[in-house]
Design a protein around this ligand. Structure first.
Ligand code: NAP
Length: 542
């Protein structure tokens, strides 16, 4: 692998490593590659850093992770300097944070913005990846690292007539940078996922009328966000070591961990008391800190679902509307749980209307608005909160070709064949941060560990004079089996969601696949650390 000294002799568009994506993954990966003395280029489609937090500017966008567990942990100085203002940071603050990080470590120096990569092809003879931007520009490097994020390929609904709408229409992940005046406007929102649940709660405050088009209701629980007091700020800064140590010992890297008891073993009052407690506490405790049988046992899950349904009925005045908001086709927690700040109460407002599109399917988008089988709804603004082609979608949108023109997209029509989710078989020197089959939870925690692991294997290559790395077939087969086994007992494995790669708007993505390692981050770390300590025997080097 090229060193810094050889890099100086390279052509200006040739690097030691190319990173795609300038979000949390790409920024940290750049920081680490610099330490290896590599000449790096980061290509980012947006006009600045931030990834998810750059694109998703919709009102109400904020963390569902505790802010102080979400930021980068690699720099004590950064932890000391930065002050989160709220326990669950709103998007503008988070973007400000990522800009602060970029400035502090002078990251933009190696980053190119407004640079969407459309293709990456591997030259087998030269051991060189060449990426092509949408502008036609090209750059090459032996190492290609993707930091695309699992939720960056947003999808518009496959509804006829979308182009005909005469008002202002956009996807939440493309919320305009200039302020959108919702005051008194007739607004329509399609979708009721985690994004919609945050956005609707805010939009309802300003809109003249708001119609929400719901296909599948989701279970949602209160976020309980609040400002961080000066005393808490001091405490947070003094306790970062404990906070990150706690994240390392939980299955999902959140501060919450599964309760060791089974819901089914407890008397109803004890169970309900625990759920009351979780429902009144901030964050994901009610999801990832619930009884250990809730996400794996149908009967336990039914009890938890009944509890959550009762809460919805308590909060929504009209019983018919409450009933529509209660999921019927999936149990509590089997999709990524949206956290809300007054979502259910929104439906008690006279200006907000829930349209169940199972009862009156959408026929088409018209110049005026949305035509269902029952009525035409006229809007000034139409918002698509219709989600993402999860995990593999961002890769599918690029033309990634390995040796002999082997296309990653073709490989990924079925189940990806990865080693630790970091490399796909047959694609040498392509390393993925948060690719399919990695453990996912509190995302920046996963990212830091993955970036450190990838940096470790690159350092190993440098030290041993290796120029090429790909996983062994047996190692991949073993990992894929482990990934499948880890998901087998989960109720979520058969549920349609971005986490299982289902997106009704994308051809070929109608049925669930296993796209994450669900054995927990503790186990994932144990396995991946053992591989590193054992000298990466699961990989072939040249
Ligand atoms: P999502 O959960 O996939 O929700 C998309 C919504 O759009 C669903 O209700 C879906 O209905 C609906 N939809 C899609 N196509 C449609 C169509 N053609 N007609 C009608 N409805 C349609 O996407 P998301 O809400 O953007 O959230 C994705 C993920 O982003 C979350 O699960 C979470 O991981 C992440 N997120 C994180 C935060 C945070 O950290 N604070 C905030 C927001 C999002 P169906 O369910 O019927 O398909």
């Amino acid at each position: 692998m090229a060193s810094t000294s050889s890099a100086t002799a390279q052509a200006p568009d040739t690097f030691d490593a190319i990173v795609i994506g300038g979000g949390i993954s790409g920024m940290y990966q750049l920081y680490r590659l610099r330490e290896l003395g590599m000449k790096v280029r980061v290509f980012e489609a947006g006009s600045d850093v931030g990834g998810t937090w750059y694109w998703n500017r919709y009102p109400g966008a904020r963390f569902d992770s505790e802010s102080w567990s979400y930021g980068y942990s690699f720099s004590k100085e950064l932890l000391e300097e930065w002050e989160w203002t709220e326990h669950f940071s709103p998007q503008p603050d988070t973007l400000r944070y990522l800009n602060y990080v970029a400035d502090k470590f002078d990251l933009r120096r190696e980053m190119r913005f407004n640079s969407r990569v459309k293709a990456a092809h591997f030259d087998d003879a030269e051991t060189l990846w060449t990426v092509t931007l949408e502008s036609g520009e090209q750059a090459s490097a032996p190492i290609l690292i993707t930091g695309l994020g699992p939720l960056s390929a947003h999808t518009l609904p496959n509804i006829a007539g979308r182009e005909s709408f005469a008002g202002h229409a956009f996807h939440t992940a493309r919320w305009p940078r200039e302020p959108v005046d919702l005051k008194g406007k007739r607004v329509g929102v399609i979708g009721t996922g985690a994004t919609a649940i945050q956005a609707i709660t805010e939009i309802a405050k300003d809109a003249g009328t708001l119609h929400v088009f719901q296909r599948t209701p989701n279970w949602a629980a209160p976020l309980h966000n609040r400002k961080i007091t000066p005393e808490e700020q001091v405490e947070i800064k003094a306790n970062y070591d404990e906070i990150f140590a706690r994240c390392r010992e939980t299955a999902t890297c959140f501060i919450h961990n599964t309760d060791p008891r089974n819901a089914l073993d407890l008397p109803a009052e004890e169970r309900e008391a625990f759920w009351d407690k979780l429902y009144s506490e901030p964050g994901f405790g009610i999801w990832v800190g619930n009884f250990k049988d809730v996400l794996i046992n149908e009967d336990a899950n039914q009890l938890a679902s009944d509890y959550m349904a009762k809460k919805i009925r308590e909060r929504v005045h009209d019983p018919a509307v409450a009933d529509k908001l209660i999921p019927k086709n999936h149990g509590f927690g089997t999709r990524r749980l949206p956290l809300e700040s007054g979502y259910y109460e929104v439906y008690n407002q006279p200006n907000v209307h829930l349209v169940d599109i199972n009862e009156e399917p959408i026929e088409r988008i018209t110049p005026a608005g949305v035509q269902t089988t029952a009525a035409e709804y006229a809007f000034d603004i139409l918002i698509y909160a219709t989600g993402f082609d999860g995990v593999t979608g961002p890769y599918d949108r690029m033309d990634i070709q390995g040796p002999d023109g082997r296309r990653l997209k073709d490989d990924w029509i079925g189940l990806p064949q990865t080693m630790l989710g970091v490399q796909n078989e047959g694609f040498p020197n392509l390393f993925m941060i948060l690719g399919p089959h990695t453990a996912r939870g509190n995302i920046p925690r996963n990212i830091e560990e993955l970036v450190d692991w990838v940096t470790g294997i690159l350092k190993f290559m440098q030290e041993n004079g290796h120029t090429r790395c790909e996983p062994k077939h047996e190692a991949v087969a073993d990992w894929v089996t482990r990934v499948e086994e880890a998901s087998a007992m989960l109720l979520s494995a058969d549920v349609n969601s971005w986490q299982t790669g289902v997106n009704q708007n994308v051809e070929g993505r109608q049925t669930p696949r296993v796209l994450g390692y669900n054995g927990g981050t503790v186990r994932y770390r144990r396995i991946s650390d053992a591989i590193a300590e054992g000298g990466y025997k699961e990989f072939l080097f040249e």
